[in-house]
Structures are given as C-alpha cells and as structure tokens.
Design a binder for this molecule. Structure first.
Ligand code: LLH
Ligand code: MG
Length: 384
C-alpha cells in the first residue's frame, strides 16, 4: 500500500504546563502551546497519525529525510523504512533525531492499525487488556501547596491512593529549584510518602540525575530501608560503570537507562555490564515502538523486566504487548493539575484509569488516540 503523502499540521492548544531550564514540566499560568500532527496518507486514502513537538517535524526534516524515504514505499514495511531513516541519521548533522524517527514510526503503526481495524497493541501481539498504573509526580518545586516540602508529597500521595493508584513514583527536587539537589530532602520526601500511604503501595524514586556515586549510594540505602520498588536515574547515564557499581552495592533494584541515547544498542551494553536490575526504554527515546519492543524482548531474554518510560498511547501499546513490565507510567501529576482532563485536541484521553488503578488499553483501531480533528482544523497555524 503505497505512501503518497506525508504532511504536518502545526496547531495551538491551551495548556497549564510550563517547562523549566532542565526540561522538566511544572504547573504554570494558562498559555497556548504548539503541537504538530504528523499525517501519513496512502493511495487507498487510509491515514495514520502521530502527535509531537513541531520542532521534531520541521520542514527541513520532512523535505530532506522523511518524504525522501517514505513516499512511494509500502506503508506496511515499517522495519525497512525505519532502517532507512536510521541510516540517514548519520549524515544529518544531528538533526534527524531518534525522537523524529519515533514519530514517523508511530504514525506508520497507527496507519496499520486503522487500515486493519485493530488496536496497535493487538497487532504487536496482545499480552493484556489492562495494566496497573503508577502515578508519576512532577519534579519538586517551590510553590505553596504544590510539591515544595516532604509533607506536600505525603499529602499528594494520599490523594493519589484515594484516586486508585497502587504505585507512586516521586520525581524530587532538581535545579533550578533553589535548594536542589539535596539528598537528605529526597529521603525525607520518600519517608513522608511511605508514612502517608503505608506498606502496601509500591513506591519508586526518580531524583536528580547528576548525583555523584556517594550521594546516590546514600539515597539508595535509605529508600531500600523504606521498601521502595526501584531507584531510577540518580546519576549521569553516560557512565554505565557508575551504575554497575551502584547496582552492585544496593539491594533495591536500579532501573535504567531512560534518557541515554543509543537505542537498543546502549540497552544491550547495560545488560552486558550489569548496570541495571530492571531495563528501561520509552517509545520516544529509543526511536519508536518497534525499537522499544526490541529492548523489552532483549530484557526478557536475559530474565529482566523492562519498565516502559513515559505515558501516552504509543507507550501504552508497548506495555499491552509485553509480559515483562509491571506498570504503566501515568503522569506527570501535580496537586494543581488534573491529569484526567481531556486536552483540547482530543475527544477523550487514551489512558483512562479505573478506581482500582488499572488503565484499560484503548480498543480503537490504531494507536487509540481519539483525535478532535475539528479542533485541530480550527486552530491550525501552519501546514507543510
Ligand atoms: O519532569 C519530567 O519531565 C520528568 O523528569 C521526565 O523526564 C519523566 O518523563 C521521567 O523521568 N519519567 O520517568
Ligand atoms: Mg524517569
């Protein structure tokens, strides 16, 4: 089924999220943000879609790489298309990133699901129709009543448990927060949450990502006493040796790598160097759904779990299609924001959660996004 057109609609939508200098999101005043909708059209008129930052699908990338590789190809040939794009990355002077590859590949999966009238997780090989979600908090802040103190985290955790979550992951304080990083504060927040929710809720910590080995060891030792389920990204992931050292010195599972580049190759290297106890990959970070599946299967073949990074329809599809993952990461959450609110460009959210803390895999054909095309049409800023 020949691809005849690849296009991008850039539109605006209202948001109450702002992003700090380290790229972490926090609540903010209502403003308008821009979003891109990538659209792949085949000769039969079937379409596939992916949402992403407009910068990841800017005109130069579409003209110089994406259209060159896609147009005229069979839309079912995802692997060949993906390998060709990955090949172009080397000569792109760093412009064609794994995140751009990921969006193209997501749109191809969405296209296939819509064409075959099947949810993508079933096409991948369905493993489950619902999954437990952990509530993943935003990073700490200095907002009164927000996530400014250990007690704030404790109070928020009680609310999350009342909502149904059976697991909670704290993102603690990082610069530009004035007092961050502070290992003792991180441990206090973890202790306050454990105190608030009791022993039966799974807890995880994802703190400052640039601690040195001694701070990471100290935090790990304290949260293993608090019965935490895993310790995530406390040091630079470029140093696999530091993670191997940490994993060797802690009994709490060390999880990673999340933000490290290198697709499935770097994950294989981490398994080889015993740098983690639980592997990690997200659809955006490793270049798409298929490479994410490759990481999960790599982990499975070594008897490891692979916890999928990030929310959204594509990550949820992967979680629905693998056995060796315990959770779906739902968030990021904050006391000032309502995660269940539907973004203006959708008709409903892709990851509704029931009162027992289970997210049900969407049964719509494709990735499961319930797209509000009228809203997008009415708020389109540019098209290329
Ligand atoms: O603030 C953020 O955006 C998070 O730290 C982000 O990196 C998050 O996706 C994460 O680490 N999840 O596990
Ligand atoms: Mg993380």
């Amino acid at each position: 089924m020949k691809i005849i057109q690849v296009s991008v609609d850039v539109f605006s939508y209202p948001t109450r999220r702002s992003v700090d200098s380290a790229g972490h999101s926090h609540p903010g005043a209502e403003s308008r943000a821009n979003m891109g909708l990538l659209r792949i059209v085949t000769e039969d008129g079937n379409e596939g879609y992916a949402f992403g930052l407009p910068e990841l699908m800017r005109p130069h990338l579409m003209d110089a790489f994406v259209r060159k590789v896609l147009v005229g190809q069979n839309a079912f040939d995802r692997e060949r298309i993906w390998q060709a794009l990955a090949h172009w990355q080397r000569g792109s002077a760093g412009q064609l990133t794994d995140r751009s590859l990921s969006l193209v590949e997501q749109a191809l999966w969405d296209w296939a699901g819509r064409k075959l009238r099947m949810p993508v997780y079933k096409l991948l090989g369905g493993y489950r129709d619902k999954v437990r979600a952990y509530g993943s908090t935003m990073c700490g802040d200095e907002l009164a009543g927000g996530l400014a103190t250990p007690e704030d985290y404790g109070r928020f955790a009680e609310k999350l448990v009342a909502r149904g979550y059976k697991g909670i992951k704290l993102h603690t304080w990082m610069p530009p927060v004035s007092f961050a990083p502070d290992p003792k504060m991180d441990v206090k927040a973890c202790a306050a949450v454990r105190e608030a929710v009791g022993p039966d809720i799974a807890l995880m910590l994802d703190g400052y990502h640039w601690y040195n080995r001694s701070d990471a060891l100290y935090i790990g030792q304290q949260i293993q006493k608090l019965g935490f389920a895993w310790f995530e990204e406390p040091m630079m992931e470029e140093s696999a040796e530091s993670y191997a050292w940490l994993a060797e010195n802690l009994t709490i599972p060390v999880l990673g790598p999340e933000s490290l580049g290198g697709k499935y190759h770097s994950r294989a290297a981490w398994v080889g160097s015993r740098s983690c106890d639980i592997l990690r990959a997200g659809v955006a970070g490793v270049g798409g759904i298929t490479p994410c599946m490759k990481v999960a299967h790599l982990a499975e073949s070594f008897g490891l779990d692979c916890e999928v990074h990030g929310n959204g329809a594509a990550n949820l599809a992967v979680v629905g299609a693998i056995r060796n993952c315990s959770w779906y990461e739902r968030g990021l959450l904050h006391p000032f924001l309502e995660y269940d609110d539907v973004p203006a460009y959708l008709n409903s959210i892709a990851d509704p959660m029931d009162a027992d803390g289970y997210v049900h895999l969407p049964q719509r054909p494709g990735l499961g996004e319930d797209i509000n095309f009228d809203y997008i049409e009415a708020h389109t800023l540019s098209r290329h």
